[in-house]
Design a protein. Sequence first.
Length: 216
Amino acid sequence: MSSITLYGATGTIGSRILDEALRRGHTVTAVVRDPARMTTRDPSPTVVTGDVLDPASVAEHARAADVVVSAVGGGDGPGHQALIEPSFEALVAGLRTLGSDAPRLITVGGAGSLRTADGSRVWDAEGLPEFVLQIMHAHGDALDFLRTVDDVRWTNLSPAATIAPGERTGTYRVGLEDLITDADGKSRISTEDYAVALVDEIERARHIGERFTVAY
């Protein structure tokens, strides 16, 4: 079992990652700004106060972990895009201070920069709300930053074009840079199965140093 330090555990995606990791018997430390926002769980994680934008705080809470997971800015509405790239930069900076003993970093990514069948990107579609475009491009910029990092073991997991709370089936398909669609041309996954895929990556470490994506 792994020791996981998790940021964004109170969010839509982060809370599912937390539940999936606990369900499988992993040890989770949830780093939050306000511990009062954490709901009761059995088994329960360790809850500590910390700041994902402070490299020293990141290093403190990551020191004993095998994996650091960030679900910060994972699609919880307007305004959150401002945290995405700065949090990636602070996480990497904090982990760098731990040297060769630094844990892996897995980040919740976005679907916007995935290639579609016609060679465009998801974010090129017409009619997307401005705040959605801002989140997509913030994730794209954060991924571009990760791709400059060669001294921290990172993985970025992009969801399908549509991700929402739903059923945990435990099944999904995997791709790299191309949007995954079903027979009807739809790209979707539940937050529950996205969490399954992310915890599978914690356990299997198949995508170190790259972005991958999952969908039905």
